[in-house]
Design a protein around this ligand. Structure first.
Ligand code: RTP
Ligand code: MG
Length: 139
């Protein structure tokens, strides 16, 4: 299997609740290497662009409001089969449906406030990583 990259954000709920260290450790323990990492806060324009694919959905306004209400931790991660394996590690979008031991099962509170983002394809991983990090910030 090829080594490739995914993009993640620890969402404002996870950062507010003090779960940053524990979640980064889960990623580390699962074999993901950190290519880029930073704490930042998205503007409304950032969130609207990042989640543009959802702009017709009823939850879009709520999603933008949530993602901008406090700092996030953004990261590019590398591993064999990164996109798929990372989505397995984080669990289902709704924490009520997430498997035992997954990051969302452990740390998410609801469908809207679900602790962590994971890219859904190699193509989106590249777009999302480059949205948050310049080439000089990726190692
Ligand atoms: P993500 O993109 O954040 O990794 O999450 P995902 O692929 O599992 O879910 P997606 O369908 O891409 O939805 C993006 C985020 O929008 C919020 N959401 N709220 N209230 C709702 O019905 C609802 N549905 C989605 C969640 O924060 C979800 O992670
Ligand atoms: Mg998604």
């Amino acid at each position: 299997m090829a080594t490739n990259r995914t993009f993640t954000m620890l969402k404002p709920d996870a950062v507010e609740n003090g779960h940053t260290g524990a979640i980064l450790e889960k990623m580390n323990a699962a074999g993901f290497r950190i290519v880029a990492l930073k704490k930042t806060q998205m503007t409304k324009a950032d969130a609207e662009t990042f989640y543009a694919v959802h702009n017709e959905r009823p939850f879009f306004g709520e999603l933008v409001e949530f993602m901008t209400r406090g700092p996030i931790v953004a990261a590019i991660l590398e591993k064999d089969n990164a996109v798929e394996d990372f989505r397995t590690l984080i669990g289902a979008t709704n924490p009520a449906d997430a498997a035992e031991g997954t990051i969302r099962k452990l740390y998410a509170t609801s469908m809207g406030e679900n602790a962590v983002h994971g890219s859904d394809s190699d193509e989106n991983a590249e777009i999302e990583g480059n949205f948050h990090f310049s080439g000089r910030e990726q190692f």
